[in-house]
Write a protein that binds this ligand. Structure first.
Ligand code: 5GP
Ligand code: MN
Ligand code: MN
Length: 328
């Protein structure tokens, strides 16, 4: 069945001539790395393509080959509509943002992803939920297409693997991942430089935001749940961009004895974005999905409406229930 999925994707790419490549809003390293990687693959296949994202490319991923080519939805809206879309690292169609004005009425989507919660929204779906990153799926797709992993492509794919495994530390860091990473390094990828740019380097505003979040850190009575808040005021006073909250939730999860770490963030739209991370007990992907979001067992997110108190209580009650059940 897996081979059939690769054949479907290969056929989709071979039979089209012009593609829109898109990933999810608030893109991470896998989203940007995979978008650029698909661009590179299409270039090598001699196809026309446009890369877009509903959000701005985070500063720290602008170094990736192709990242400067990623356009906003507004910019792409003025182009001739697309009949073929490649969605990467997208669990459900809504995560791409409002791309429909860019598409023809009969547009078809190739959905390449690794989220367990992926709802198979594509006309063609290449979803491998035990892959560590969409970049891992793309390594195999490049092989299936006979596309050589040159250095720019390898840098994009390596960044996706690196960031989605938390720097090769999370439970998705498998034998396969390390073999692929080794092969990518063999193409001339500079591991230390990419790790420094994509993981280690933080901006002053990011640090200011972290400081504010840490000031709100609270624990459940059991010590198994830790959570933090970021309000609009925090973003304003830290002079931070929306994407600069990335990674902050890990400080809650990383505290000894904690299973579930949570970051509640007020969005510019007045909703509350909830980021969830867990060590081993609670399946936060399922939990987030029950609130209309999604993700993976160890990292997931959802968006709620209500007062701070309501949202906090709603989430904490459900997390506590799952912890007491002990089965995730
Ligand atoms: P983060 O907390 O970093 O925003 O997201 C963690 C993981 O959950 C990522 O894999 C992300 O794609 C997924 N995720 C976060 N928010 C949502 C959401 O609203 N819907 C879905 N389907 N996935 C989400
Ligand atoms: Mn992602
Ligand atoms: Mn991913």
């Amino acid at each position: 069945a897996l081979n059939e999925d690769f054949k479907g994707a290969v056929n989709f790419l071979h039979t089209g001539e012009r593609f829109l490549v898109v990933s999810h809003v608030n893109p991470d390293g896998d989203a940007i790395g995979s978008t650029c990687a698909v661009g590179r693959i299409l270039e090598k296949l001699g196809k026309a393509f446009v890369l877009v994202n509903a959000s701005k490319v985070p500063e720290k991923f602008k170094f990736l080959p192709g990242a400067q080519q990623i356009r906003s939805l507004e910019e792409a809206g003025d182009m001739e509509p697309f009949s073929r879309v490649v969605a990467v690292d997208v669990a459900d169609a809504a995560r791409m943002g409002e791309i429909s004005p860019m598409l023809t009425g009969d547009a078809e989507v190739l959905n390449i992803d690794h989220h367990v919660t992926n709802d198979r929204f594509g006309a063609v779906n290449l979803v491998i939920d035990d892959a560590a990153a969409t970049a891992e799926v793309l390594c195999h797709l490049a092989d299936a297409l006979g596309v050589e992993w040159d250095q720019p492509l390898a840098e994009c794919l390596y960044t996706g693997l690196l960031t989605d495994t938390g720097g090769f530390r999370y439970s998705n860091t498998t034998h396969n991942v390390m073999e692929l990473a080794a092969r990518l390094l063999g193409q001339g990828v500079d591991a230390a430089e990419i790790a420094d740019r994509a993981i280690e380097t933080i901006s002053r505003s990011q640090l200011a935001l972290l400081r504010r979040a840490l000031d709100t850190l609270a624990f459940s009575e059991s010590g198994q749940v830790a959570w933090m808040w970021l309000t609009r005021q925090d973003f304003t006073e830290a002079e931070a961009a929306e994407d600069e909250m990335e990674g902050i939730v890990n400080y809650a999860r990383n505290v000894a004895g904690v299973d579930v770490g949570i970051l509640f963030r007020e969005t510019p739209e007045g909703e509350v974005k909830v980021s969830l991370r867990s060590r081993e007990v609670v399946d936060v992907g399922e939990l987030a999905q029950s609130f209309g979001g999604g993700g993976h067992a160890r990292a997931a997110g959802c968006t709620l409406t209500g007062t701070r108190k309501q949202v906090e209580e709603e989430i904490l009650v459900r997390v506590t229930q799952r912890l007491q059940r002990g089965d995730g």
